[in-house]
Ligand binder design. Sequence first.
Ligand code: C2E
Ligand code: MG
Ligand code: MG
Length: 921
Amino acid sequence: MNDPKTRIPGSENDRRVDYELRRSVDKIQSRFLSRVGDRIVRGMSLRELNEELLIEALSVASASYGFVLSLGSHNVADISPDETAPPSQPTQLELTAAVSINQNQQAKRLHETLTNRKPESLAKDVIDMGKAAFSNSVSKLPGNLPSGHPSIKSYACLPMRDKNKIIALMILTNTRDQFDLVIVNQLQTMLDAFVRIQIYDIVNRGIHDVIEDVGRTSRQLVTLMDASINGILTMDNKGMVTAFNPACASIFEIDVRKALNTNINLYLSNVDIEPILKQLDAAQQSGQIISGRPYRRTDVTATKETSVEFPVDLVIYHTSVDDAIFTTFIIDDISDRIDSARKLQYTLDQFQTLARLAPVGIIQLDIEWTCQYANDMWCQLSRLSREDTLDSGWTEALHPDEVVYMLTDMRKALVNKQTYHREMRLCAALDECTWISLSATALHINGRLTGSLIVVVDITEKHLAEERLKQSAHYDTLTGLLNRMFFLDRLGQAIESSVRRGDVALLFIDLDGFKAVNDTLGHMIGDELLKLVANRLLETVREEDTVARLGGDEFTITLTHLTDDYDAGRVAEKVVDYLREPFNIENEEVFISASVGIAVGNAKNSDSSTLIKQADIALYRAKDSGRSRYVFFTPELDQERRDRSVLITSLRRAVDRNDFELFYQPQLRIKEQTLLGFEALLRWPQESGDRVRPQEFIDVLEETGLISDVGQWAIEEACRQYQIWLKKGLIGDDTTMSVNVSARQLGMPRFASQVACILQRQAMKPSALILEITESALVNNIESNVIDQIKQLGIQISLDDFGTGYSSLAYLSQLPLDHLKIDRSFIMNITKNEHAVTIVKSIIALARTLGIQVIAEGVEDAYVLPLLEAEGCEAYQGYYFSRPLPVSDMELLLGGLDDIQLGHYVNFIDLGDGRPRLVNG
Ligand code: C2E
Ligand code: MG
Ligand code: MG
């Protein structure tokens, strides 16, 4: 029978209903104070009381007709659970009041039209159940209606209970809205309140008893007023305050007694009160009964006793009591609410101003992750209009590759109450992305997640700068190849995955003669060449291989997934061949070549630094053995390298301690058989007594730069010895002293001036000193004017080892040479090789034409001498006459030279005991 329109228990609704109920009771109290109380005192009948109740109830329920059925004292229904059920007998119902409300909200008491027709079955149901029943869809009425009775569409039947006994039933019909649990409960509470305060009792017992109870009753009413949470103020139709509860006192900050009988306009603004008073006045003039539904006025200005104004909400209703009309105001101080609303608005304004001015994009999402707010900057960064951003539109701005991850991660972080950060792209227009730094924070109300705030900052510039930095950190700016750092990285990765995927080969590539290109053609061409070399290297390898530039003219290739080491060899060969082909730069052909060192390994047997070291050793060997070639690393190469480093250490020590010594080898005039001069030759004596010969260490001295010190020492020592022999009379002043000078030494900036100092220190005649320079050393220094400087000092120059270098005979005419030494390889082959004879003859002929004295090296046998003499070679040196000798032995030899001049070719043989001996040849 009950309408299914019910409320969710324990919800906000419940609390609201509770509150509403209490408010209803409040209303009832105040109405009773002003209306019923008065009548009781004057003697009020039960019917009148019920009529008042009906008017009240109809108003609360918005119903149009209602009546009260009393059960009478003899058959009051007992609904107490602990008492035995009363005998089931037909209930005696007595219609004690009926009221209808017309469209103008005027109540009409209908006691004269009461009929005897009563809804017995409905009454029985309610009495049996002990609680109210209602229906909004009446199909069949419980009981028949008399003819002419308005039709009934809805009804509510409520028991009026006094201490578990039902004393009457109230029936309300045809509500304008709907009967529902809330309204019925509200009515029930109201009825219970009436009965509880024993008004029925009072009325039943009659006026005399009432007088007795008035004090008690009004105390109870006052208690109810006192307990009200709202201010309750009653005024008469003149606007004088007739009731003022404690809540009012605290709202208006005035004592209750002081407030009574004062004018209402002290408390509520005249603008609001004036029309009410006028209306009441008019009603009274016309004798109209004013009663009906309470109505509201919101945001009415009220005034405290301190004159401070504040806003209130009012529920107002009027009651006619006899001739007087009372108006009750239920006053709700809303300053706090308005204050909170204002504060909220202020905060909101602040937020929006901040968001509008902030140089960052801001959007606010709700719990469904849909956008509720977006500032201008967001629209600018995302290139979305505000309309397009709202709801789920904002996700359109996120880069499609990132949107899913970003939303998932963000959701996870926010749910876990963490702030979410991400650097990502906004790409509403796909061709142009904006890099942003995004931060999202969850928004909570009472600990419950209600949404989130997202702030985005444009970091495109920063991102590009980082990219550029990364690029420059990883790539060589000139060639665009990987740089050293990135190369190391890649090499490490390649080795890591090598065991699974095959060996790694590391090729170290060094350009031969690149310095000369730079020096002769300029750095612009040099740079261009490096770029072209880089391109060629890239063309030589597969896509998965890595080409890098370590700096200068050093490149690397990392080959991965090798199944056969020789693949690396093939690539190296391709590199060597390809780089040998001419490069066309600015319409000029530029030639270069490359040397390549190769090391192969995998994660099991090697690592990055080992491979690099090995490739470097192999490269060194490739360079050393003639360049423009490739060499695989082998353990033997490593051994050589170790030996070499031991050698370097020992040589450094020898230089520090001046451990070197000079041997001298005589040079003789062939024809005259007289001493022409000496060649000073460097020896490195060992503790064992052995003397290490120069070919074993000269290149190391050159490479380490130690040659500078040692070479200077050799020149000075030779000059010093020359002067001693001269003083001793062992040689004549036309004798010469030849000293070897290496290319590196010659290239030293102050070489000539240092030699000049030596000459001065040793008081040496410059023309007695001959500097032996090899072809290559001469060619390397041809550009500088060191040769001229030497010549200007008066020193002679001898071209050593002629025929082994790559200089052409054409050079000879350009060089200021005094002597030319035919390399011993030609002299030694003269008997075996026809070509050697031809070469020797040509060299001598050419030198003679140029007026250069020729000396033959490596003469070991007497029989070459007549041939050399016949061709016009003036001098020789070689084991035939004497090996290079230490000073003491040379002095012995010089002491006996007169004998030699007698016309015998003698062979001076080292017998191994350190003492030389002249042997007749
Ligand atoms: P080099 O200037 O051509 O010196 C001649 C070399 O031929 C010497 O070797 C000498 O011992 C050797 N020799 C002379 N006669 C004969 C012969 O009949 N048969 C054979 N088989 N060899 C003969 P050494 O002393 O071992 O010097 C080797 C090279 O070391 C020199 O060649 C020179 O280029 C360089 N050298 C020697 N001393 C110095 C020095 O003080 N400074 C520089 N920079 N280089 C030096
Ligand atoms: Mg020499
Ligand atoms: Mg020589």
